[in-house]
Design a protein around this ligand. Structure first.
Ligand code: UD1
Ligand code: CA
Length: 459
């Protein structure tokens, strides 16, 4: 079988983004654009992926570590110059080389696969992936002769008025015979409007050498979207969102209002789960089956079990077991672990806390750096006093504990199994098993005192 290689172009600064973040690292549905591209190529099992890095090289490498090899393009002299940087790694090899731009995040592996197939059927030295756009502005145009055979690609800035009217565009994805590619690259000049070495010029060079050049026109023009500014970035996100949402719906997830549902690309959702309007699911969030995620929820790296109902709450980097109810307006901050059957009510905040099975935190509670046992009832207004301004301390609550309302649990502190905490207590000492702890001043009723004060003020 012919060996296959891929080159991903990702060295540009992306001036038109007007951003401190390098263009190809701008995320689309939770993943940098260039990572979308590399992941799609990864699915094709090519023998080698080389990403050309330049601006933001270190950051791009970090994101793609293990998925690609890297070559640095010190100066960004154009797309042909970018591919030429892979010379050391590729030039001597026999095979087929796919070239993709790191700023076309919607391109899919199936399309690239079809391009490669077409390329080998045509026995071409180069095949361009093209599409037809209503508004081709900004893209390179595919110029064909009277017989419809591809002659060359002309960039927008170099195009004559007539060429600008051509609606078939270069998507920036190509397939080459590897040796022919590197041969032609050495002949590309920068004699054009932008003074850059254009990769598309390879097409004309190969044509002039009487090589076969083909163009594979794809039907789904949306995949071709090249992101050069933030308007296109928003458009890419919209299209990607649509694709992701459709996948979940086809897998048996109900999205009440897909248009206002924002799901990152790596999110997993089980069957018969209902996602209501205005929900955002980020990162590697995973939701089980038969859950209801109500309006306004925002989850980031959340792992949620089955039959969980969450109303208008935020969950970040936390785990939630089966049959849990949460919210409205709860906030699970990082490293919260909520086990089976727990009830987290409104205005409850947890952080680095394990809440064991069957426990209830019904309202207005803060549990930070805490371990709470099974079947505990934590009264309204209870907080862990976990921070002294310098260090964090742990609160441990055993099983079957009843914590009265408005208790302050001053950490470090341990409350053993089967204990009661009287409402309004400030607990500073450990509480032994089966004890009732009361940590508050005794009430004094000063009988007749009000009359005395009023008389003094002559009221
Ligand atoms: C390019 C194509 C154009 C095509 C369009 C598709 C050229 C000259 N033009 O235009 O025909 O229609 O893509 O989206 O290729 N890059 C480098 N090093 C460089 C320059 C660019 O790595 O020196 C990378 C960029 O990071 C980017 C990609 O190559 O990911 C494309 O560069 P960009 O400047 O966006 O090219 P376009 O003007 O969009
Ligand atoms: Ca581009």
């Amino acid at each position: 079988m012919t060996k296959q290689y891929a080159v991903v172009l990702a060295a540009g600064q992306g001036t038109r983004m007007k951003s401190k973040l390098y263009k190809v690292l701008h995320p689309v549905c939770g993943k940098p654009m260039v990572e979308h591209v590399v992941d799609q190529i990864g699915r094709l099992n090519v023998d080698k992926i080389v990403t050309i890095v330049g601006h933001g090289a270190e950051d791009v490498r970090t994101h793609l570590e293990g998925k690609s090899e890297f070559v640095k393009q010190e100066e960004q002299l154009g797309t042909a110059h970018a591919v030429l940087q892979a010379k050391e790694l590729l030039a001597d090899l026999e095979g087929t080389t796919i070239v993709v731009c790191g700023d076309t995040p919607l391109i899919e592996s199936e399309t690239i696969g079809a391009l490669v197939k077409y390329h080998s059927e045509k026995r071409a030295k180069a095949t361009i992936l093209t599409t037809t756009l209503d508004n081709p502005s900004g893209y390179g145009r595919i110029i064909r002769d009277d017989l419809g055979i591809v002659e060359k690609i002309v960039e927008q800035k170099d195009a004559t008025e007539k060429e600008q009217r051509v609606q078939e565009i270069n998507t920036g994805t190509y397939c080459f015979d590897n040796r022919a590619l590197f041969n032609a690259l050495s002949k590309v000049s920068n004699d054009n409007a932008q003074g850059e070495y254009y990769l598309p010029d390879v097409i004309k060079i190969l044509k002039d050498e009487d090589e076969v050049v083909a163009a594979y026109r794809m039907a789904n023009f949306e995949e071709s979207l090249g992101v050069n500014d933030r308007v296109a970035l928003a458009e890419a996100a919209r299209l990607m969102r649509h694709r992701i949402n459709e996948r979940h719906m086809r897998n048996g997830v109900t999205l009440v209002d897909p248009a206002s549902t924002y799901i990152d690309v790596d999110v997993e959702i089980g069957q018969d789960t209902v996602i209501e309007a205005n929900v955002t699911l980020r990162g590697k969030t995973k939701i089980g089956s038969d859950c209801v995620i109500s309006n306004g929820c925002v989850f980031d790296r959340a792992e949620i079990g089955d039959r969980v109902h969450v109303r208008s709450s935020e969950i970040e980097d936390s785990k939630v077991g089966d049959d849990v109810t949460i919210g409205p307006f709860a906030h699970l901050r990082p490293d919260s672990e909520i086990k089976t059957g727990v009830k987290i009510g409104n205005y409850v905040e947890t952080k680095n806390a394990v809440i064991d099975e069957g426990t209830k935190l019904p309202h207005f509670i803060y549990m930070g750096d805490a371990e709470v046992g099974k079947n505990v009832n934590v009264g309204c207004g209870t907080i862990t006093v976990n921070y002294d301004g310098f260090n964090k301390f742990k609160t441990k609550i055993g099983d079957n504990v009843f914590v009265g309302c408005n208790s302050n649990l001053v950490a470090p502190v341990e409350i053993a199994d089967n204990t009661y905490i009287a409402a309004g207590s400030t607990i500073t000492d450990d509480v032994p098993e089966d004890a009732l702890a009361i940590g508050r001043a005794r009430q004094v009723n000063k009988v007749g005192y009000v009359k005395k004060i009023r008389a003094k003020h002559d009221k």
